[in-house]
Design a protein. Structure first.
Ligand SMILES: Nc1ncnc2c1ncn2[C@@H]1O[C@H](COP(=O)(O)OP(=O)(O)OP(=O)(O)O)[C@@H](O)[C@H]1O
Ligand SMILES: [Mg+2]
Length: 173
């Protein structure tokens, strides 16, 4: 998370929780609720197919294949988007709380910028359905998803390597 003003970074904070932790939360949830063991790739597919951070107009379902932890045999379970939202709840709360924390630390002089310009979400996980809506509800700020969020990190890294003026944006430690 970074608070940016006048083209410079005012504050940064790193919470090592993002897309991968969402996948892990889905694995844990299905293990606990259904005694079903699934792989990381399946968890990611579920997240992308029916994952959400905010109630959907039409809730979604998906069939999940995994291994029954009691019988040790393959089993199919049908799960819905409300369950996956429950699975993601803790991970998403951690993200929301970290955003609120950095906003609390932001100098009040920047409040009008924040209200006017809002929050931009980057990273592939920003594409989770309703994440923008959840963060907007919890921060009372306008929130939008960056253009092509999945590649924003690599594109940003490339820019920093090409032009050192981007590197100078970071406050010296
Ligand atoms: N449509 C989608 N919905 C939810 N997550 C997605 C979607 N598409 C890709 N992802 C997730 O994006 C992640 C990869 O992107 P990336 O690592 O840039 O972002 P991130 O994990 O959200 O943030 P960070 O940059 O902090 O790692 C993977 O976890 C992938 O599953
Ligand atoms: Mg990631």
């Amino acid at each position: 998370m970074a608070v940016i003003s006048l083209g410079g970074i005012v504050l940064t904070k790193s919470l090592r929780v993002a897309g991968n932790e969402m996948d892990e939360a889905i694995i844990d949830y299905l293990k606990k609720k259904y005694n079903l063991l699934i792989g990381e790739r399946t968890a990611e597919e579920i997240k992308i197919e029916i994952g959400s951070a905010y109630p959907l107009e039409e809730e979604l379902t998906v069939e999940v294949n995994g291994r029954d932890l009691v019988e040790g045999l393959p089993r199919m379970v049908r799960i819905n988007s409300e369950e996956i939202r429950e699975a993601l709840h803790e991970t998403l709360s951690a993200i929301v709380n970290a955003v609120r924390d950095i906003l609390e630390e932001t100098p009040p002089e920047l409040s009008s910028d924040l209200i006017e310009r809002g929050v931009v979400l980057a990273g592939g996980g920003a594409q989770l359905r309703g994440l923008d809506k959840l963060i907007s509800q919890e921060t009372k700020l306008p929130v939008r998803v960056a253009e092509d969020p999945l590649t924003s990190v690599v594109r940003g890294t490339g820019k920093m390597l090409e032009e050192d003026r981007y590197l100078r944006l970071f406050p010296k430690e």
